[in-house]
Write a protein that binds this ligand. Structure first.
Ligand SMILES: [Fe+2]
Ligand SMILES: [Fe+2]
Length: 426
């Protein structure tokens, strides 16, 4: 009798484990679209991409789009666009990620769209395409959101949206979530990130780059592989170096050239480091835009004496110096710092600005920092977001903390010779 009881107990324990492994997520996909997110895959003045998730009962990737008319009969004026889907299996759940790229749109025009069909169609969302010219606009930046996203990052992104509702882009320099490669996807982290962002992701296109945590497998630290949600979950440009599709890419948006680098692979691949440096140089050499912003995960200049990304710095700093990149936005260090760094061998004389480097964090994970000579301001234990407004010859940067207070700001003014002057408002 005792052995029978033991077998029964073992069976129950094993059964619980199996159930736990099968369904660890609280964000189970259904036939209704969720995780709806806008990205830009092509020309931002004529295209916009949307990605969303369902369960496997949905066999068609369908979206509808119309100019944003005041009528309630939007569906009557809309076009149906079909796309593709990709299944991702992990944590006992199969998520079907659908992707549609809207093309032949009009520049500077507001559109309404929805994804899915029939009873499962989403609500109508709106977005605006980029102008064909360098009209003024504002983009947002969020350092590592990573942990506690639905608890604490949520207030940051919502405050940013409240403050700058017409922001045109949201840049995320990696570590959007904490982990999940291999067989264990940690789906709940993506569920929480999307829950925190809510409909904002469906109205303002996101420019993400992976950080080390998008290559991180908590079960096997030596096994580095891109999070399996990355490519199915974002519809991103494939205009970077071969092998880095949707992780290193470029976008010109109303007079700003964005260069999104995959810095994590630089730490372990000489080949991908060299390829990215060659690619970055081409983009900087043949740059039609007045402003250049680079974003990637690992800071060229850390906020901690114990953290240094020498490979990334040695491959990119000479190019940043040579071509006068205006702004470099990084994450990874889980603190805030901002400073201007001149090209190697050049002193700060006030005649022209060097490159402005920013390290920031938007989420709950916070580190200590050391006072480093390179920065004008450093902050710890502070959640932040940035609004960067570009208007002709002027770029205005503001960093806000999670209470909505402006904690840092500066202005760059571009001169006719291409050099900038820094007005350090602090
Ligand atoms: Fe990181
Ligand atoms: Fe991080």
């Amino acid at each position: 009798m005792r052995s029978l009881l033991s077998i029964f107990v073992i069976f129950i324990v094993l059964a619980c484990k199996v159930v736990a492994q099968e369904r660890i997520s609280s964000f189970i996909p259904s036939s209704a679209p969720d995780r709806i997110i806008l990205t830009i895959k092509g020309d931002p003045s004529t295209t916009m991409a949307v990605t969303w998730r369902t369960d496997t009962s949905v066999s068609e990737s369908v979206a509808q789009i119309s100019q944003n008319l005041p009528t309630v009969f939007l569906a009557d004026s809309s076009s149906v666009v079909t796309g593709t889907f990709e299944d991702v299996e992990g944590d006992g759940v199969v998520g079907r990620f659908h992707s549609v790229n809207f093309t032949s749109l009009r520049p500077g025009t507001t559109y309404a769209y929805r994804v899915g069909s029939g009873a499962d169609a989403s609500e109508w969302f709106t977005f605006k395409t980029a102008s064909a010219s360098a009209d003024p606009y504002t983009f947002l930046f969020f350092g590592d959101s990573q942990m506690g996203t639905n608890s604490l990052f949520s207030r940051v992104i919502r405050q940013a949206y409240r403050a700058v509702p017409d922001a045109r882009l949201m840049l995320f320099p990696g570590d959007l979530v904490d982990g999940g490669t291999g067989s264990k996807l940690q789906d709940d982290e993506w569920g929480e990130w999307h829950e925190a962002d809510g409909f904002i992701n469906a109205e303002i296109p996101v420019l993400p780059t992976p950080g080390n945590h998008e290559y991180y497998n908590p079960g096997d630290r030596t096994n580095r592989a891109l999070n399996r949600y990355w490519k199915p979950g974002f519809t991103l440009p494939e205009n970077g170096p071969a092998g880095l599709e949707e992780t290193a890419y470029t976008l010109d948006y109303q007079g700003v050239r964005f260069i999104i680098v995959n810095s994590d692979v630089m730490l372990r691949s000489e080949d991908l480091t060299r390829k990215q440096a060659v690619w970055v140089e081409e983009l900087l050499k043949n740059n039609p835009c007045k402003w250049t912003v680079m974003a990637f995960h690992h800071p060229l200049f850390s906020t901690s004496a114990r953290r240094d990304n020498q490979t990334v710095r040695e491959s990119l700093k000479p190019l940043i110096d040579k071509y006068g990149v205006d702004l470099v936005l990084n994450g990874h260090d889980h603190t805030y710092a901002r400073g201007m760094i001149m090209p190697d061998g050049e002193e700060k004389k006030g005649k022209r600005a060097g490159t402005i480097y920013v390290v920031s964090v938007s989420g709950a994970k916070q580190y200590q920092q050391d006072a480093e000579p390179w920065w004008d301001l450093g902050l710890t234990n502070t959640q932040l977001w940035q609004a960067i407004a570009v208007d002709g010859n002027e770029l205005e940067y503001r960093a806000y903390d999670a209470s909505g207070t402006v904690v840092d700001q500066f202005t760059l003014k571009k001169k006719n010779n291409g050099n900038s002057l820094l007005n350090n408002a602090r």
